[in-house]
Design a protein around this ligand. Structure first.
Ligand code: SF4
Length: 394
């Protein structure tokens, strides 16, 4: 039985970034207290319904959780502990924007048990940060990291984005180097995704800015892989690196909460738009914070959509998400979980992807090749729709 992960969504931001289509909203400060009360209520009801389950990862994401006053964030953490049994060694992460980090907030969060901070640095180039519409500059990011270290943060993640319009390899390399000088324990690097309806997409569509060039983006990914390997980071997921352990074991800084998603393990989400995956069902809450708050206040369910997940669905997800990991999908774990050999269930797509040089396998696992990592979405798409379940034995 897997221990549970909890995700808490804070949908507030100081301002909306130019590329962002996440479920986040500026100018809703007047909702902060009601929102936190609603999340606490949702947690209480879940605790009653599921019976104080054991939790080993807790992730407060957004949005920008640190736009909430620290006292409110601590109330949410406290409610988690009342509704669930949060293990003493649980990983407790909070996302923060460098423009919203105050020393007193950090101290309060650490005291409340937070032991991992994920900072949206995005770039170490002020011009790029302006293009992205971030509310902070490079100096503020450095300051936030300094504050975090001073407060006692020992597990720090930095998020970076590459493939920006007009960004070249040298600029991306410089951002990476500057991030590494700050010695984060973990680093996430994502290629910019131009989302329809965002101001950035509008500027690209009008021809004011060039669209990202896929070949250059691939080169930037290669550059990140090489640079981070040299700096002693373990590449454990397509977009994620963790500082290598001295012993040669898996890095202790891999994000345990996100590993639950990639391993298709259970989690419960709370707050506007939060998703849950529990006991063969997946559901998500209404997106807008006001609708979420109103529903909870009126003693109605916040769930917008609920879908049963069949074993075949779960199998397909285990492939699509597990292949994101460098170690790939473990064949024995798959056989134990689903009662079948993945090489037989997916014989056709695996053979095809292997012949294209995108996938490889051995006795232990099925994995993406370096080329497959560049074309991940095309590979994952070959495992959907799910197969007709068949039990063929491990
Ligand atoms: S801080 Fe993050 S969630 Fe908020 S608007 Fe910017 S990208 Fe979106």
């Amino acid at each position: 039985m897997h221990l549970l992960g909890l995700y808490l969504h804070v949908p507030f931001c100081r301002a909306k970034c130019a590329y962002c289509d996440f479920n986040s909203y500026p100018r809703l400060e007047h909702l902060h207290e009601r929102y936190v009360a609603a999340v606490r209520q949702e947690l209480t009801l879940a605790g009653r319904e599921y019976g104080r389950l054991d939790v080993d990862t807790l992730y407060i994401g957004g949005g920008t959780p640190t736009t909430l006053p620290p006292a409110l964030l601590c109330q949410v953490l406290d409610q988690c502990r009342q509704a669930f049994v949060v293990r003493a060694d649980a990983e407790i992460s909070v996302e923060a924007n460098p423009g919203t980090l105050q020393p007193d907030a950090l101290t309060a969060l650490l005291r409340a048990g937070v032991n991992r901070l994920s900072l949206g640095a995005q770039s170490f180039n002020d011009q790029e940060l302006r293009l992205l519409g971030r509310i902070h500059g490079v100096e503020q990011t450095r300051e936030a990291i300094h504050l975090a270290r001073h407060a006692g943060v020992r597990n720090l993640n930095l998020d970076l984005i590459y493939g920006l319009p007009n960004q070249n390899l040298a600029e991306w390399g410089a951002s990476l180097e500057q991030a590494l000088q700050l010695a984060p324990e973990h680093l996430s690097a994502y290629a910019l995704s131009v989302e329809e309806g965002t101001p950035l997409a509008g500027r690209i569509a009008s021809g004011e800015l060039p669209a990202p060039d896929p070949d250059l983006v691939a080169d930037m990914y290669d550059q990140a892989e090489q640079c981070l390997a040299r700096a002693g980071y373990e590449h454990y997921e397509i977009s994620n690196w963790a500082l290598r352990a001295a012993t040669g074991c898996a890095s202790p800084f891999r994000c345990r909460h996100n590993l639950k998603y990639w391993h298709v393990e259970p989690y419960l989400g709370f707050g506007a738009g939060a998703h849950s995956d529990w006991q063969g069902e997946r559901w998500s809450n209404v997106l807008h914070p006001l609708e979420y708050v109103t529903r909870i206040e009126q003693r109605q369910s916040a769930v917008a959509e609920r879908t049963p997940i069949s074993s075949a669905d779960s199998m397909a997800e285990s492939m699509m998400l597990g292949l994101r990991l460098m170690e790939g999908v473990d064949r024995q774990a798959f056989a134990r979980r689903y009662g079948c050999d993945l090489l037989r269930v997916y014989a056709a797509p695996i053979a095809e992807l292997q012949s294209l040089g995108l996938l490889e396998h051995d006795e232990r696992s099925v994995r993406l090749t370096p080329r497959g990592r560049l074309l991940g979405n095309q590979v994952f798409g070959r495992f959907w729709p799910p197969p007709t379940p068949q039990r063929t034995g491990p």
